[in-house]
Design a protein around this ligand. Structure first.
Ligand code: MN
Ligand code: MN
Length: 306
């Protein structure tokens, strides 16, 4: 029995490429290949497995003595424990070449593409093996996840080709709509209270006599951010006195279109925002191209306050 496993702290690519590649190897050789994982599933991957009716791969916390194929990693620090005493049979990866070592020559396929699932796609294609719908759905999800639905600079034409081929077999009609649904399910914000959301990433600063706090929330889901702008705006105003600052700012950053909505509370905050972001047009709270608190928000705020 040979395990196919991704890295620790697994993402959707590590889980779904393990599933898809184990299935490919089984179809090709008739032998037993078992998808495995080196850690717990994240909410995005849970959504994907449920959506396509797949079981979670078997958890292997220790690789010692096992026959393994590594997907989506080739660094000892990222691999299941005791990988040095495992028998590594193959590696499929799209990261830089790391430090995993083997005693014999192996099949090692590394490509500068956006996702391991794209390399898995080539294996099916080169060997004329048909995808099964469930695995194809999982593999398509992996590509959408790793490439931020084709928006990442790491995304190649081959990633698109693979995702579209998988989507066809899996019955995913609108790839972008599906990606949105998947990102939403994977959001870290789901189920958190406004207070928890504010303090997920919140920093205090002082400028002159003013102490102010700036929080930042990032998401890939426009609808989620729209909803949040409203709830968080209400929350900031209601709870303002609890936070121990003179002004409070919260950036709601949309990673996909590289913009932020700035909401705020506190006496004079309105003036400060107007002064700090003079270049922004009609709506002064919508900041196009602003994604970095450290580089693009704190300096103009500090300047406006001094
Ligand atoms: Mn990964
Ligand atoms: Mn990956």
């Amino acid at each position: 029995m040979i395990y196919v496993t991704g890295h620790k702290n697994p993402d959707t690519d590590s889980i779904c490429s393990a599933i898809g590649y184990a299935e490919f190897k089984k179809a090709l050789t008739g032998e037993e290949y078992v998808p495995a994982r080196a850690g717990n599933l994240n909410p995005e991957t849970e959504f994907v497995l449920k959506r396509f009716g797949l079981d979670a791969p078997e958890l292997i916390s220790n690789a010692a003595g096992k026959d393994v194929i590594l997907v989506d990693h080739n660094e000892v620090a990222q691999a299941a424990d005791d990988i040095e005493s495992a028998h590594i049979i193959e590696i499929l990866d799209h990261h830089k070449i790391g430090d995993v070592q083997t005693k014999e020559p192996i099949y090692f396929r590394a490509m500068p593409v956006g996702c391991t699932a794209t390399i898995v796609y080539l294996h099916y294609k080169e060997n004329n093996i048909e995808f099964k719908p469930a695995a194809a759905g999982a593999l398509c999800s992996a590509i959408l996840s790793d490439t931020l639905a084709f928006r990442s600079p790491t995304c190649t034409d081959l990633d698109r080709e693979a995702a579209e081929a998988y989507a066809k077999v899996a019955g995913i009609e609108d790839i972008q709509a599906y990606a949105k649904e998947m990102f939403k399910a994977g959001s870290e914000l789901a189920g958190k209270s406004p207070k928890e959301i504010l303090y997920m990433d919140f920093k205090k600063f002082t400028a002159g006599n003013t102490t102010y706090g700036v929080g930042q929330v990032t998401s890939m889901d426009e609808d989620e951010l729209k909803e949040l702008a409203k709830t968080m705006n209400d929350y900031l105003h209601e709870s303002f006195s609890e936070h121990g600052v003179d002004m409070i700012f919260l950036l709601l950053t949309n990673i996909l279109d590289e913009s932020s909505e700035l909401i705020y509370a506190g006496e004079g905050a309105d003036e400060v925002v107007k002064k700090a972001f003079t270049s922004s047009e009609a709506d002064r709270t919508y900041l196009k191209g602003v994604v970095s608190r450290k580089k693009q928000v704190i300096p103009p705020l500090t300047e406006a306050l001094s």
